[in-house]
Design a protein around this ligand. Structure first.
Ligand code: HOZ
Length: 427
């Protein structure tokens, strides 16, 4: 029997009630459950340009953008056309296609450190595989990661992780054998001294340093000047690999990602989100001598039935071609995001890199997980619901970033600023 409620979210509420009977927490990925802000998650019916529409018919200016992929907004015509053409051919072959070759060539052109590339289906698979090949290449087991960075739900990387782990306050997840977690050393983001110390003590055992070059998963936290450079030189000095997790920043903060923006060449890179243009796809790649350790050429095994799926590759190829052909998009994104974050609300710290940004509800600078977690999450939750009521859809957690798309107009930006200013003036 259907429960009828009188709120403007009645259909979402009903779907959420049913979903919780059959899916843990009613969602297929934890942060979506609104646990960080309370209330009922919106069940979405469709998206178009800068807008999403929920099942109750409410429209929202969308700053989630599917958590990053929708850099050109929802249903960009060039992606829709590529998908139409791909559908006419077939949805999966489990065999190589010509488009995969073109795609790998274009990725290598846009991100030159990725001399060789493997396509996988999610960011988690990409980081898991990159870590495995780093271990296989170096013959070492330990990994350095940073507190508040999130690299998917890879067993050994769920240590002091950001995103849903930060939102739900889970420090170390159940189900990960202690021996796996023990291969990870979690250090404060932006602390060169902490990384130097660990390398001085255990440098010969460290296979890789994995880092979000701009953190998106504790909210947006930029790298301090010199931090990425120090990671590069310390890994080089000690024979460890530097892995840039560019699942969020890839094709987002520059056509060639954070490594282009900050002029650092990592050994390995992981990509997700924009690379699939909203379809399930990710990639890892890097130095040819490292990537040649992967089967069938080398002894490091990694495989996938749907890897290089023709629909996902068509969409991704259309997206990357579009971004490569229109570098002016990055200037527009930069200008609009700067406009959106040019004012500082009282008691709030705004962090932004390109079109990724976060309003942290603290008046102190946010440069790592210790400072991010001082944010007033209850105040953020009030802000979130106020904005939602005014038709603005933000990520339902203080510890996630907002993403702007090229479909967001100046009018969208103005409407967003007006709503936010109203919140702060009424508070
Ligand atoms: N881990 C994603 C954001 N950091 C959330 C993905 C989702 O819930 O869809």
């Amino acid at each position: 029997m259907t429960t009828v409620t009188s709120t403007k979210f009645a259909k979402s509420e009903e779907l959420f009630r049913r979903a919780q009977q059959r899916t843990p927490g009613g969602v297929n990925s934890p942060v979506r459950a609104f646990r960080g802000v309370g209330g009922t998650p919106l069940f979405l019916a469709r998206g178009e340009g800068s807008r999403v529409f929920d099942v109750d018919g409410n429209a929202y200016i969308d700053y989630v953008g599917s958590w990053g992929p929708m850099i050109a907004g929802h249903r960009p015509p060039f992606v829709m056309e590529a998908l139409r053409q791909a559908l006419a051919i077939g949805t999966s072959f489990g065999a190589p296609t010509g488009q995969e070759v073109e795609f790998a060539e274009l990725i290598a052109k846009m991100v030159p450190s990725m001399e060789m590339v493997r396509l996988v289906n999610s960011g988690t698979e990409a980081t898991m595989s990159a870590l495995r090949v780093a271990r296989g290449f170096t013959g070492r087991d330990l990994t350095i990661k940073f507190e508040g960075c999130y690299h998917g739900h890879v067993d050994s990387l769920l240590v002091k992780a950001g995103s849903g782990m930060a939102t739900l306050g889970i420090a170390d997840t159940a189900g990960v054998p202690a021996a796996f977690a023990a291969t990870t050393i979690a250090l404060p983001y932006n602390s060169i001294a902490a990384v130097e110390k660990v390398f001085a003590e255990r440098g010969g055992k460290i296979a890789a340093v994995i880092v979000e070059p701009v953190v998106g998963n504790m909210g947006c936290v930029p790298p301090a000047p010199g931090f990425l450079e120090a990671l590069r030189s310390l890994t080089e000095k000690h024979g460890a690999l530097l892995i840039f997790d560019e699942v969020m920043t890839g094709f987002r903060v520059a056509p060639g990602g954070a490594q282009q923006r900050f002029s650092i060449r990592p050994d390995l890179t992981t990509l997700g989100k924009i690379i699939g243009a909203g379809l399930p796809m990710a990639a890892y790649g890097g130095r040819a001598d490292v990537m040649k350790k992967i089967a069938p050429v080398g002894p490091v095994y990694q495989a996938g039935t749907l890897s290089g799926n023709p629909l996902a590759v068509s969409a991704g190829l259309a997206m990357l071609r579009h971004l490569a052909a229109h570098p002016e998009i990055y200037e527009t994104l930069e200008a609009r995001a700067a406009q959106l974050t040019a004012w500082t609300p009282p008691g709030v710290t705004v962090n932004r890199v390109g079109s990724i940004f976060t309003f942290f509800f603290t008046d102190q600078p946010v440069s790592d997980w210790e400072s991010a977690k001082r944010s007033d999450t209850a105040r953020f939750a009030k802000f979130f619901h106020f904005m939602l009521e005014r038709g603005i859809y933000l990520a339902p957690s203080q510890f996630e970033a907002a993403f702007l798309s090229s479909a967001h107009s100046e009018a969208d930006i103005r409407a967003t600023i007006d709503a936010a200013k109203e919140f702060f003036s009424r508070e």
